[in-house]
Design a binder for this molecule. Sequence first.
Ligand SMILES: Cc1cc2nc3c(=O)[nH]c(=O)nc-3n(C[C@H](O)[C@H](O)[C@H](O)COP(=O)(O)OP(=O)(O)OC[C@H]3O[C@@H](n4cnc5c(N)ncnc54)[C@H](O)[C@@H]3O)c2cc1C
Length: 415
Amino acid sequence: MKKFDVIIIGAGAAGLMCAIEAGKRGRSVLVLEKADKIGKKILISGGGRCNFTNMYTDADNFLSGNPHFCKSALSRYTPWDFVALLESHGLSWTEKTLGQLFCDQKSKAVVQLLHDECDKAGVTIQPSSEIISIKKGDEFLVASEKENYASDSLVIATGGPSIPKMGATDFALQVAETFDIDTVAFSPALVPFVFTIETLDSFIKDLSGISTYVEMSAVKHNKKDAISGGVIKNGVTLSPPFKESILFTHRGISGPAALQVSSYWKLSDEVSINLFPGFDLLEWLKEQQSEHPQAELKTILNYKLPKRLAQKLCEHIITKELSSKTMRQFNESELESIEQQLTQWKLLPSGTEGMRTAEVSLGGVDTDELSSKTLETKKVKGLYFIGEAVDVTGHLGGHNFQWAWASAWCAGQFV
Ligand SMILES: Cc1cc2nc3c(=O)[nH]c(=O)nc-3n(C[C@H](O)[C@H](O)[C@H](O)COP(=O)(O)OP(=O)(O)OC[C@H]3O[C@@H](n4cnc5c(N)ncnc54)[C@H](O)[C@@H]3O)c2cc1C
């Protein structure tokens, strides 16, 4: 049996960062990875360019049973710490939008950086290692298909179950449950919405390929579903609004705003879409009425929205009697009604694409079970959970990697 100070299960973003930090402290570290190569999710991240962090990351960018839990780690390892690491390897970065930082040399260079840092810190990485059992006596005993190992500290960095075809599973929760540690079930997040065949056939399919900038929220009719960062409007709770684009697809609605909202959405919630964010639509409609009294509404909407979308809105969303009129024929309350329909467009998704395409998963090890300073479990000394395995899930835009780096860096100082 081979003995290490630290065994880390999972060679993803969190596992590798933790290995580097522990190795730098002179700990002997073994990383066991099920897949045949390390950092597979990093490789596919950000469309192959790895949105490795977000310069505006803070606790408001995360969903968790305890919204304060992530603060400690995020304050001790910041986006600029990862930027410094990147630059120390001669890599450069670009801010794409909304503080999202991408690696100019692409995802492969980020994985290579982590690999090189592991080498420098004397970390042993063992890919293609399926774990058979984990036991705890005086030390942790980890049996893989190939060998048996022992360690003083054990770090579970196996992520969440999104994209199962990459081998992602809920392994972290299985381990937690064997040690009687509370968990929050994993569920898909940052995932496209799907709709019933009837809704798809009536208008969504015809809009497939159209992208438009919106403000979007999930609508919670159940008052018990109060959400951190949400607002109450006309008696319903809205999730935090996201001002980004949506993309209509042949299955439903995707695009950054939809992915963000999906993390707050539950079955039977509607979504509310403002097609004119930050724009005084009513005032503009009145101006158009005086400038183009003979024009049809759909012609007017064409000025601001993609043509096919304007047409479908008039055919299916705006009530028939309104959309058949010319601008001159509208009275004030009708214009107000049009404004309301276009700025609070309610749709009822039938679900999401699920774990198959989800970028991350909500849930994980209950934060009440962990020290926010060390990420060690309170019940089992020497056992740590980091990264996506913990019930901390980031918004789209580099926040999930920042949580992986930060939580792993913190655990790396203590394992
Ligand atoms: C398509 C896609 C694009 C993404 N793009 C971005 C992005 O641009 N920016 C961003 O911030 N986030 C992005 N994410 C999310 C990000 O990839 C994850 O939040 C992050 O990888 C989590 O890091 P982790 O180390 O906790 O888990 P992972 O990176 O998932 O690593 C877990 C590792 O554990 C291994 N493992 C699992 N089970 C076992 C086991 N039983 N035994 C041994 N090893 C095991 C896995 O093979 C994997 O290597 C993206 C996700 C996807 C799916």
